[in-house]
Design a protein around this ligand. Structure first.
Ligand SMILES: NC(=O)c1ccc[n+]([C@@H]2O[C@H](COP(=O)([O-])OP(=O)(O)OC[C@H]3O[C@@H](n4cnc5c(N)ncnc54)[C@H](O)[C@@H]3O)[C@@H](O)[C@H]2O)c1
Length: 423
């Protein structure tokens, strides 16, 4: 563990906190292709507002947009995005390009640790050949490779890098020992060594696939119970009194992990000749939930509006989940757009989201202050700052006979004078 210098490749939600954690005891160089981001970080600003009490100016940490400046590192940790294409296939371009960059500075006895979420086999079959090609070195003899998936949950102050067991895997026993010791420095609860890199890759993918499917089941149930006039949460609470019932709740599944990772597994499965019907069905149910929400919202609005009026809808929360600023793949954006296409006047309020980003990425505007005369208030995300809202407030900012669309049941049993609908 002596003379280690870590290079972290990709300084986003995963890479930045990891770089900071290691920098408490090891020299770390952070690298990102996003030059403006490097400038922001050098000023000591966390662009995602995720880090508490952090010091980006600490002695052990420096930020770079030139990979050459990381040529004196001997451990490289790759934390770049692994999105899907419009056809829902793995988009490995960032991972391949990061491997190329690392390959260009790789030296004998270095180790490359991948943390990005990938399908089983990706590290060894897709990344290693690129490292070999651009370094001119031989995998296994000259350099080693490890895989340790990230399990952080942005916005969650309870489950952190330090108190969540870290899965580690590597190409040989010696490297596995090395990465175990390395991560033990920052993970207080320790590591779990997986039996192979492929096992660790698969484990990460199924963590999110399982969650996706469990939520899909609850979403499907909520559609069925809606038709039956039964409250889904009441049913779930009742069922959860049985010891082996797993308590998941319905909701929009967006973001860049749970709604994306299953496609990495289904892609590989299809490539190997097996059609993963259950996983893909779950994805379909979750992807179509926004349409169901729009349909139900319209049914309330059409019921009461005169044909020539334009209903006013206030959407509270546009980020992909609660208490984060991340708007990528937010399903509420789809809901907002679909309502707008129906000639509805939609206003979006979200104190967590970045207005400029929402405008440039999705051409949607945020309002700075909540207005009034709404026909419908849709609470899409359970942000902490919405907890102080109550029925009196909703009535105050509404027209007569408004409806509260409470997607996550934030105000369940608290609404008596308004029409109310939840998943
Ligand atoms: N965000 C999460 O909650 C989370 C949790 C667990 C795992 N993961 C996985 O971790 C990986 C990273 O996710 P993230 O949320 O941190 O992504 P992110 O988009 O927040 O950050 C990735 C960073 O990598 C940079 N980058 C892209 N290509 C690069 C390249 N070729 N070289 C150097 N930098 C490059 C981007 O500019 C960006 O700053 C993904 O595989 C993701 O699935 C994410």
């Amino acid at each position: 563990m002596e003379n280690i210098k870590i290079g972290v490749i990709g300084l986003g939600y995963v890479g930045l906190p990891l770089a900071l954690a290691f920098a408490e005891s090891i020299e770390v160089k952070g690298y990102d292709i996003n030059a403006p981001l490097i400038k922001t970080l050098r000023k000591g600003i966390d662009p995602n507002s995720e880090l508490d009490n952090f010091d980006l100016n600490q002695m052990n940490l420096s930020f770079h947009d030139n990979i050459e400046e990381l040529s004196d590192c001997n451990v490289y940790i790759v934390t770049v995005p692994t999105p899907v294409t419009s056809l829902k296939s793995p988009d490995l371009r960032p991972l391949k390009s990061a491997s190329k960059s690392v390959g260009s500075v790789l030296k004998q006895r270095d180790i490359v640790i991948y943390e990005s979420t990938v399908y089983p086999g990706c590290t060894e079959e897709d990344c290693v050949p690129i490292l070999e090609k651009f370094s001119g070195l031989k995998f296994g003899e000259d350099f080693k490779v490890a895989y340790s998936p990230e399990r952080i949950n942005p916005g969650d102050k309870k489950h952190t890098l330090r108190n969540t067991t870290k899965l580690v895997s590597a190409c040989d026993t010696e490297s596995l020992e090395f990465v175990s010791k390395l991560y033990n420095r920052v993970v207080e609860v320790g590591v779990y060594p997986a039996s192979s890199i492929k096992v660790a890759e698969a484990a990460k993918i199924i963590e999110n696939t399982q969650r996706d499917l469990n939520i899909a089941l609850m979403n499907e149930l909520s559609i069925i119970f809606d038709l039956m006039g039964i409250n889904t949460l009441d049913v779930i609470d009742a069922a959860a009194t049985k010891w082996n019932f797993l308590k998941f709740t319905p909701g929009l599944v967006g973001g860049h992990c749970i709604s994306v990772d299953p496609y990495y597994l289904t892609y590989k499965s299809l490539e190997l000749g097996y059609n993963p019907e259950i996983i893909l069905s779950g994805r379909k149910v979750n992807d179509n939930l926004s349409k169901h929400i729009v349909k139900r919202t319209l049914s309330f609005l059409n019921h009461r509006m005169a044909p020539d009026t334009k209903p006013r809808v206030l959407i509270l929360g546009i980020t992909f989940k609660e208490n984060v600023s991340d708007i990528r793949n937010s399903k509420t954006i789809e809901v907002a757009r679909e309502l707008m296409e129906q000639n509805i006047d939609v206003e979006i309020y979200d104190p967590y989201a970045n207005a400029e980003e929402l405008l440039s990425e999705y051409n949607l505007e945020l309002i700075e202050n909540i207005g009034e005369n709404y026909d419908c208030i849709m609470v899409a995300v359970k942000h902490r700052s919405f907890e102080s809202f109550d029925e009196d407030y909703f009535l105050k900012i509404s027209n007569s006979n408004p409806v509260l669309i409470d997607i996550k049941s934030t105000y369940k049993d608290q609404i008596h004078a308004m029409r109310y609908w939840s998943l």
